[in-house]
Ligand binder design. Sequence first.
Ligand code: HPA
Ligand code: MG
Length: 259
Amino acid sequence: EATTTVTAACILNLCFSEDCFHLLYMDNAGMKKGIVLKDDWPGYSLDLFTYPEHYHEDIESVYIPHGIIMNRVERLAGYIMDDFADNNNIMVLCVLKGGYKFCADLVEFIKVLGRNSNKYLETRVEFIRLKSYLNDQSTEELQIIGSGDLSFLRGRLLMFFSLFFTCTKSVLIVEAIVDTGKTMKALLKHVETFEPKMVKVAGLLVKRVPNMAESLTDYVGFEIPNHFVVGYALDYNEYFRDLNHLCVISKTGKMKYKV
Ligand code: HPA
Ligand code: MG
């Protein structure tokens, strides 16, 4: 009990002092480019939050609490509303499985913001499934499983007064994590063959890796060091998707769920 109190006090102190900016700060130069979590950000002690009991040995720390994720997602929805203001509708392409929570929350905030302003942006959501990770390692090839047919992105040909118009779509790709950008580059190339009016990418997390692909991602939630994180629909061999916070997996967790 006493230890818990001290840990809480230390972390809160740290974060209300100027040192907070050392751990977690906003890069004013690019608010759409994400809140930067520095390499030495240890995450929050598990004692400070609630999480499913069955994971208590499997996670090391709460890296980004669910509440912070949600508010950041709401902020991203605001940027998206501004940038898509000239469109009546938006084709959201959710990259499964890891992107499902981010996508669901983002679309929900876009709807709420639309209702509370006079700019309602109609959203249509489609899903694509990609797989490139086994254990915590990126595998060489990118597999597009699930619907590879994105022809719904192609604009329809409309006829008015004997004139033809192509009604093109604006696309928002929603992905949980972008690191080297290999997957995203391949997906963008694929989407562009359907000649959309505009394509933007929202990534909840961008990882700082050599050759990181931050320029590919228009809306970034958080820029994080090259750690393997789980929760908020991100998995380790299909485990941890039911965890609300983004967490760092422990050695025990890695062993327990290895395939
Ligand atoms: N966590 C879960 N899945 C991932 C990650 C990660 O950090 N990076 C790429 N896929
Ligand atoms: Mg995965």
